[in-house]
Design a protein around this ligand. Structure first.
Ligand SMILES: Cc1cc2nc3c(=O)[nH]c(=O)nc-3n(C[C@H](O)[C@H](O)[C@H](O)COP(=O)(O)OP(=O)(O)OC[C@H]3O[C@@H](n4cnc5c(N)ncnc54)[C@H](O)[C@@H]3O)c2cc1C
Length: 311
């Protein structure tokens, strides 16, 4: 029987595992992740605000694997050569096909791992007037800044540092976000002030695993990569929504590979729905040039989040 290893529980691998697990494709499925939980960044603002608990913001991977008829291995992937996956502090694993979804490169002071970020924010709470600098003024930076205001209270000095606020959003969405930032007394700056007690880098570094549109690595037909770690010939937006779409192609291509059938190409959509939490009950959504804000997008996001986490 062929063996497929899913290295890292990124969105694309979770989608592919759920799909292949349902259809029982006659291959042994193995999921390897550096920890038993897949943290969901979409739920991070609610987690920072204290609206949900950690168990409501992560997928239980041993349970997911069991449900999909897969084996779960809690280990850090250290690399691969030919048909062997190298693991830190464990024996290598042989594979016929490998799917890599380990997310973007880890950076110091980054958003991931999420438990570290929560600890860093918690360490600020006893300070009289904590200074928090957030680097990156995209959706992640704005969501974290607004949630941190609620977590740290009115005495915290929070600033958001970036060249352009929400660079991929329509102008109306930008104006609404600016209004919320101003009300929350979050300063938008182009350079971080020298005084800050903690820094959060709310951006993902450029990906480094070069893939073809079939998600196969160049020169490695049996190895696939998707999500924030995958670098396409032309740049593709990096988000959970895009990674989920790649997961559908990944599932189809792993199935086709087992059967030696032709593979599909991943085609990025012209636009995806973006929904950003503003507070506990309101969200800001945009699709192409259309912007909606208020309770409705917040309910839609809560439903989408639940659907993702509960499978
Ligand atoms: C605050 C915030 C909010 C966001 N909200 C949204 C949103 O609402 N919608 C949206 O579409 N996008 C959102 N994003 C973007 C989205 O989170 C990422 O683009 C998405 O997580 C894609 O990551 P991924 O699936 O590639 O991998 P990840 O989700 O980062 O998962 C990678 C997995 O691999 C594991 N791993 C890493 N290295 C190793 C290793 N060496 N060995 C074994 N396992 C490893 C990790 O533990 C993790 O489980 C948000 C981002 C942030 C920061």
């Amino acid at each position: 029987m062929k063996r497929i290893i899913f290295a890292g529980a990124g969105h694309a691998n979770i989608v592919a595992l759920r799909r292949l697990g349902r259809r029982r494709i006659g291959a042994e499925l193995v999921l390897v992740n550096d920890g038993p939980q897949a943290w969901y960044t979409g739920a991070l603002p609610a987690l920072i605000r204290g609206d949900i608990t950690s168990s409501q913001a992560a997928i239980d991977l041993p349970a997911l694997a069991a449900h999909c008829g897969a084996r779960f291995i809690d280990a850090r992937v250290a690399g691969f050569s030919d048909h062997a996956l190298r693991l830190a502090a464990a024996d290598p694993l042989d594979f016929d096909f490998l799917a890599i979804a380990i997310g973007g490169t880890m950076i110091a002071d980054g958003v991931k791992p999420i438990p570290d970020l929560l600890r860093r924010l918690e360490a600020l709470r006893p300070l009289a007037s904590p200074g928090l600098g957030i680097l990156g003024s995209g959706a992640a930076g704005v969501e974290i800044a607004l949630a941190a205001r609620q977590r740290l209270g009115p005495s915290a000095e929070i600033c958001l540092c970036g060249k352009t606020l929400l660079p991929r959003a329509p102008a109306r969405a930008r104006r609404i976000a600016l209004r919320y930032l101003a009300t929350a007394r979050i300063e938008l700056v182009s350079e971080l002030p020298a005084r800050h007690d903690a820094l959060i880098r709310a951006y993902t570094p450029e990906p480094d695993m070069a893939v073809r549109q079939t998600l196969q690595l160049f020169g490695e037909d049996h190895v696939f990569a998707a999500g924030d770690c995958a670098k396409f010939p032309s740049p593709v937006a990096r988000s959970g929504a895009i990674a989920v779409r790649q997961g559908r192609v990944l599932a189809a291509n792993l199935r086709a590979s087992v059967r030696a059938a032709p593979l599909q190409a991943f085609k990025p959509p012209p636009a995806t729905l973006a929904i950003m939490r503003l507070d506990g009950s309101r969200a800001l959504a945009w699709y192409g040039g259309t912007t909606v804000h208020g309770v409705l997008p917040s309910r839609l996001k809560a439903w989408l989040d639940r659907r993702w986490l509960e499978g």
